[in-house]
Design a protein around this ligand. Structure first.
Ligand code: HEM
Length: 454
């Protein structure tokens, strides 16, 4: 059977859709999907891009025919330099081995063990808040989640470096802006902001060296019996797993650096965004906010939350889920086909760039009633059971799904609960958020709130 190419604005002369895409990537993807359907085709920087918004076809790319779809170099190029051969950007056997080694730091029991650190770091933040204060909630959430990753996964303390690290990570993150011109550039061509970017990488590397020194001073050499990666112990952190594997000669210092850098970047900004959007949405929906507060008062009754409370905090969890539906911090996955394939009944040539946009699928009226509305209570067990797989995929899917999924969900629930028990956050400006998609989708401007003691 002869399959056809999908419809779409691919036929536009010269620049294709580059200008429209660069101006408003999220709007452009929404518009293209609604006009042309589940698999649409457009052109970006001289390349054809397939926009895939059908959950079944997304499942084929991520799971049932996953061998055919790799992460694309063209989109990840700046990432390659920052993250090297870390978990997010590596492929093949090397990725598989590293994922297996690091996975124990993310087992469910292990993640529950991080709960006290998550809550303590949140309480540290609240020490600096007072009634009536105005602050940029995104900046505070970013510092907090950075603190938590470094404490829980590295067993280290940034000792006042949070703001500098946060800023360097932001400079680095900006390099991922999905600019079609950047995507089309061959490797080795310097990109705008390159010098700032290089400085940011150097700053981050300095901080990571310091974290490693702290770790080595803390454990001494006696912590390492040199018998390689055969056994892991109860109190191992992700960092001690990595240094143990390195000391056994299975990976080198560079690999340790790449994994730490990946965790810093992937592990804090995404969760900070999910929290920022949750606060934004709660402040805009006072009835939902009241329900959230009622749950906290009932379950916690003034006490700090623990991992055991999380299953009881059902509405808080629904708030997290619904916030990530409307504002998925990772707004699209990117893949490249190796061989030709068929998706949604359309022919996909070899070496095609694919966008699988959570942003569009999560707002599709076929799956969500009143999709633009913030309704945490829609997430009943029945609703979840009836939802097609990959109609909701904030953490991706298949073997490359987010390793930090449970970590992030626990963290977001505990941070919301700890803060929400004591403070209500009121947006200073009630208007819509201007969003800037780079590697993640960010608010363009500070998200100013007034914090009020409850
Ligand atoms: C709300 C928070 C988070 C969101 C929305 C998120 C989202 C994602 C997504 C969509 C992917 C898959 C990317 C792809 O397939 O192309 C991913 C991968 C990854 N995430 Fe997360 N993430 C979050 C939190 C975290 C945390 C807390 C960590 C670490 C502590 C983390 C570490 C990683 C790593 C290492 C990968 C690569 C996994 C692999 O390829 O084996 N993420 N994340």
């Amino acid at each position: 059977m002869q399959y056809q190419a999908p419809p779409g604005p691919a036929e536009l002369p010269l620049f294709g859709s580059a200008v429209e895409y660069a101006e408003d990537p999220l709007g452009f993807m929404e518009e293209t999907a609604s006009r042309y359907g589940d698999v649409a085709r457009f052109e970006l920087g001289g390349r054809e891009v397939y926009l895939v918004t059908d959950p079944e076809a997304i499942g084929r790319v991520l799971v049932s025919n996953k061998e055919n779809y790799r992460k694309p170099d063209s989109v990840d190029r700046p990432a390659g330099e920052l993250l090297g051969a870390g978990l997010l950007t590596s492929e093949g056997e090397h990725w598989r081995e590293q994922r297996g080694r690091m996975q124990p730091a993310f087992y469910r029991d292990k993640v529950a063990g991080y709960a006290p650190a998550m809550v303590e770091r949140t309480e540290d933040l609240l020490e600096s808040w007072h009634d009536g204060q105005q602050l940029d909630v995104h900046r505070d959430m970013a510092e907090l989640t950075l603190h938590i990753v470094v404490d829980a996964l590295f067993g280290a303390d940034l000792a006042g470096m949070e703001r500098a690290v946060g800023e360097a990570l932001q400079v680095a993150g900006e390099q991922f802006r999905p600019d079609p011109v950047l995507m089309a550039l061959p490797d080795g061509v310097p990109t705008p902001g390159e010098r700032r970017y290089q400085r940011a990488i150097a700053d981050l590397e300095r901080v990571l060296r310091d974290v490693l020194r702290q770790h080595e001073r803390g454990t001494g050499v006696e912590g390492n019996d040199g018998d390689g990666d055969t056994e892991s112990t109860e109190d191992e952190t992700l960092l001690s797993i990595l240094t143990r594997v390195r000391d056994a000669g299975l990976i080198d210092d560079e690999q340790v650096r790449d994994e730490l850098m990946t965790m810093l970047l992937a592990g804090h900004d995404t969760t900070a965004l999910s929290l920022t959007y949750a606060w934004y949405l709660l402040s805009k929906h006072p009835e939902r906010e009241r329900r959230f507060h009622r749950e906290l008062d009932r379950v916690l009754d003034g006490a700090v939350p623990t991992a055991e409370d999380v299953p009881e905090l059902a509405y808080t969890q629904q708030v997290v889920t619904e916030s990530m539906r409307l504002y998925p911090p990772v707004y699209s996955l990117f893949r490249e086909s190796s061989e030709a394939d068929v998706l949604g009944g359309y022919h996909v040539p070899a070496d095609t760039l694919l966008f699988l946009p959570q942003w569009v699928v999560h707002r599709d009226p076929r799956f969500y009633d009143a999709p633009q509305e913030f309704r945490p209570e829609r997430w009943t067990p029945d609703f979840e059971a009836a939802l097609p797989t990959y109609a909701y995929f904030p953490f991706g899917g298949g073997p490359r799904r987010c390793i930090g999924n449970e970590f992030a969900t626990m963290e977001a629930t505990l941070v919301l609960a700890t803060v929400g028990s004591r403070y209500e956050l009121d947006l200073v400006d009630d208007g819509p958020l201007d969003l800037a998609p780079s590697l993640t989708v960010h608010p363009e401007n500070p998200v100013e709130v007034t914090v009020r003691e409850r």
